[in-house]
Design a protein around this ligand. Structure first.
Ligand SMILES: Nc1nc2c(ncn2[C@@H]2O[C@H](COP(=O)(O)OP(=O)(O)OP(=O)(O)O)[C@@H](O)[C@H]2O)c(=O)[nH]1
Ligand SMILES: [K+]
Ligand SMILES: [Mg+2]
Length: 441
């Protein structure tokens, strides 16, 4: 897929729609204007109403053409957008006509944005912001994507890179003038200060409890408790559908059943899990193992006490966790413990309160980090690796012979940070990032 190809795609939603936008980018745009548009290629950035014909002179549609000249376009190449009537026959005719021209083909997913990246219009985190804003379902996701698209992460990484480049230059001075006796403290101190600043900021970024990733991908909540406590019944209440099987047989749920809902303005994944108990049954035991893992990985646990047969919770309860006392409709065997929310999955009692507790938790957690530095696992991995290199550079500097090692570590850290924004050897990363886009973006 050479950059000399001209690409085209439907950029608007699936037909039928009021308007279909067909996007074309690449060197053949001028030819398309000449061959297909009755009034020729319009002036850049001036909308022009025109008839659009195919190569055999058959009318495709009447529509608006909008042209942008390289490099003043989204992709950085010559582009043309056609606003047509959004019917399947129109779209099909237009795309067939365009791709019949040699050098014009249909775009791969994300290829327009990939070209924008390759032409320096966007860095990688900004390109990810483009993908995220299209996927955004909540206002929180949208704001986060907009911040990223606007260079919010780029700015942070650029500051770190600048700081580290400065540190590296100072270390190289130490290496170049090695035989002046002991390295004076004045030489090392500014280097250590720079490293310490970046290390502290990356540590803060990594210690955000995954808020940026959760806003983007959803918060994780696990419903846990003994068999037959009513966990699946609670899940079904929250999901407002029969997502999980409910029976009076203890050990009904084995696999994790996950439901995605929006609460407190956040995407929330609620996982129903197998009842926790010792069991000889291999399948159930595997379910229990998965339940424990889901509980450990969740941002919040909902511990379900069986009001009809209470027993102490089998798993650890963390400060933020919610404890509910289910089957409040049945004559409870004991009073609900302090702080436990009486609920009935059968009558629906207490479910509203449970939802507002969950909403309160996720909106508070989301607001606990003002501007997350990490919004994807990809960022987290690179940052963690970069941090390790910087810590090792700091240790090396503490030793007399360590300047060479420290320089290598700082260079390594720079590479890790640069790859987040796509400034170094990123071919593998690019494939992974852009293939997840929709076609036409
Ligand atoms: N009276 C009453 N019964 C309930 C309530 N919630 C659940 N039950 C009943 O309790 C039994 C177990 O419910 P489930 O939702 O399958 O319980 P579970 O915790 O998912 O069970 P396992 O998956 O086997 O661990 C079923 O017969 C439900 O109808 C409730 O609030 N009140
Ligand atoms: K059950
Ligand atoms: Mg169940």
């Amino acid at each position: 897929m050479g950059a000399q190809d001209t690409i085209c795609a439907l950029a608007s939603g699936p037909p039928p729609s009021a308007i279909a936008i067909i996007r074309i980018s690449g060197p053949a745009v001028a030819e398309v204007g000449k061959r297909f548009l009755a009034s020729g290629l319009p002036e850049p950035k001036r909308a022009s109403l025109t008839y659009i014909y195919d190569a055999s002179g058959e009318l495709i549609d009447q529509g608006i053409a909008l042209h942008a000249r390289a490099p003043h376009s989204y992709t950085g190449e010559d582009t043309l957008e056609l606003y047509l009537h959004g019917g399947p026959a129109v779209i099909d005719h237009a795309l067939r006509a365009l791709t019949s021209v040699s050098g014009i083909r249909l775009a791969e997913p994300g290829e327009f944005t990939r070209r924008a990246f390759e032409n320096g219009k966007l860095d990688l985190t900004e390109a990810e912001g483009v993908a995220d804003i299209i996927e955004a379902e909540t206002t929180a996701q949208k704001s986060q994507a907009l911040r990223q698209l606007g260079g919010g992460l780029t700015e942070i990484y650029d500051t770190w890179r600048e700081e580290l480049t400065g540190a590296l230059a100072l270390i190289e001075v130490m290496i170049d003038f090695p035989d002046e006796g002991d390295v004076p403290e004045d030489t090392v101190r500014p280097i250590l200060e720079r490293l310490a600043k970046v290390i502290a900021e990356i540590e803060t970024g990594l210690g955000d409890r995954g808020v940026g990733e959760r806003i983007r991908d959803g918060f994780r909540i696990a419903i846990v408790g003994p068999p037959n406590a009513g966990k699946s019944s609670i899940l079904n209440r929250l999901a407002r559908r029969e997502a999980a099987i409910v029976t009076d047989i203890a050990g009904t749920t084995r696999d994790i059943v996950e439901v995605r809902i929006i609460l407190g303005g956040q995407v929330v994944w609620i996982a129903d899990t197998a009842g926790l108990r010792e069991t000889e049954d291999v399948v159930e035991a595997e379910g229990v193992r998965r339940a424990r893992r889901a509980a450990a990985e969740a941002d919040l646990r909902i511990h379900v006490i069986d009001g009809a047969a209470p027993s102490p919770p089998p798993g650890p309860i963390e400060a933020q966790d919610i404890v509910i006392f289910n089957k409040a409709d049945a004559r409870p065997a004991i009073l609900p413990p302090d702080g436990a929310l009486p609920v009935s999955a059968v009558t629906g009692e207490g479910i509203d309160t449970l939802e507002s507790w969950i909403a309160g938790f996720v909106s508070q957690r989301a607001a606990s980090v003002e501007a997350p530095v990490i919004t994807r696992a990809r960022h987290r991995e690179k940052l963690a690796a970069g941090l390790a290199s910087l810590v090792s550079a700091r240790e090396a500097l503490a030793q007399d012979i360590g300047a060479e090692l420290a320089a290598e570590d700082v260079r390594m850290a720079l590479r890790q940070l640069s790859s987040v924004i796509g400034k170094v050897d990123v071919e593998d990363v690019l494939g992974a990032v852009f293939s997840k886009f929709c076609i036409g973006k």
